[in-house]
Design a protein around this ligand. Structure first.
Ligand code: ACO
Length: 323
């Protein structure tokens, strides 16, 4: 059985760090409120010349270097993003060009904060279906550019950045001892559109729009949706919470992360948390957290890693991958 095995990881962050204290000068908020409600202490904000494509390309270069592979050996690029450089062409195609790749194919994946989980599931299908052998899976965002900086209920939550993995086809035995993606479970339900959306778009207002969120409503659904889809991934992957070496959740809110892990019985020391440093970087948050924890030696070859996310749509999903 063909498996999609992680060969390399990388990350890229804008130069500028914005602390909670700086936000106190922009909206009526406080470091204490933000830390207590979300766990966020700072976020990175893209400056001039830094875009979703530039950050995504930098993260991809870092992942290729980590894998010891050349860009020319990549045959598919998937970029998960909701903040593309342009309405079209896809940011992934721009990244492909920035990497000097002129063969194969590239496309974007739009599932908001669940984008990276959707992109991993998609890459795995392309690899197992034989249409690609080496895939760059990127999550890249510049949410700072769709925030309403007058709205304290949203502008304090998000940040910019990018992360990437290189996946490669490898023959496995078909058991959950194999390295690579073991299962991916995806869900969506558009009935929740109004709870988290951007109030503009090419086909409606002709503008880019700003992020709007009923935070409390999102919070109310988050833990149940996340834990349900993780249980489905455990069943499909033949694993239990006890088998998990690392849980790498979408980094939206420390309280959602803690409550989900607790409900599943996954101890806090097995949960990778970077929301304090990065804020919510939407589709970039999981690959940024993976690059952090694999980079500092926590996630090791052979570890069973659980990825999960929930976001606008709503969309949600979970992936089990043996590193
Ligand atoms: N600073 C100070 N006070 C604030 C701020 C702020 N930045 N924002 C809101 N408040 C106030 C509110 O006005 C409210 O005041 P009131 O009681 O006088 O009305 C009070 O704080 C409490 O507001 P709540 O919205 O009830 O606060 P809550 O504890 O729910 O925390 C938060 C808000 C952090 C947004 C939380 O609801 C949350 O994290 N929701 C989920 C977000 C999420 O996970 N999104 C999913 C992924 S994102 C994506 O897909 C793009």
């Amino acid at each position: 059985m063909i498996r999609s095995v992680v060969r390399g990881f990388g990350a890229a962050l804008p130069k500028r760090v914005m602390t909670n204290r700086e936000l106190e000068d922009i909206v009526e908020t406080s470091d204490e409120w933000i830390v207590q409600r979300t766990g966020i202490r700072q976020r990175y904000v893209a400056g001039e010349g830094e875009t979703t494509a530039s950050l995504g390309a930098d993260a991809a270069r870092a992942a290729l270097e980590n894998a010891g592979m050349s860009a020319s050996s990549i045959d598919l690029i998937i970029c998960a993003t909701s903040t593309p450089d342009n309405t079209f062409p896809a940011t992934a195609v721009d990244i492909q060009n920035r990497l000097g790749i002129h063969h194969g194919f590239a496309f974007d994946m739009q599932a908001v904060c669940s984008g990276f989980v959707y992109a991993m599931a998609t890459a795995d299908l392309y690899i197992r279906g034989g249409m690609a052998k080496r895939v760059l899976v990127i999550g890249a965002e510049t949410f700072s550019r769709i925030l309403d900086w007058k709205d304290r209920t949203t502008c304090v939550l998000f940040g910019d950045g990018a992360g990437a993995l290189v996946l490669e086809a490898e023959e496995g035995n078909g058991t959950n001892a194999d390295r690579g993606v073991l299962t991916a479970q995806l869900r969506s339900d558009g009935v929740h559109k109004e709870k988290l959306y951007v109030d503009g778009g090419p086909s409606t207002t002709g503008t880019v729009g700003h992020l709007r969120m009923e935070g409390r409503e999102v919070f109310k659904h988050a833990v149940g949706m996340i834990t349900d889809v993780i249980e489905a991934a455990f069943e499909a992957g033949g694993a239990t919470a006890d088998d998990i070496d690392w849980m790498v959740p979408h980094q939206a809110n420390r309280r959602i992360i803690d409550a989900s892990a607790k409900k599943l019985g996954i101890p806090a020391e097995k949960v990778v948390v970077t929301v304090d440093l990065h804020g919510n970087t939407s589709a970039a948050s999981i690959p940024l957290a993976l690059a952090t924890a694999a980079g500092d030696g926590r996630i090791k070859k052979g570890d069973l890693v659980l990825l999960e996310a929930m976001g606008g749509g709503f969309t949600w999903g979970a992936v089990l991958v043996r590193w």
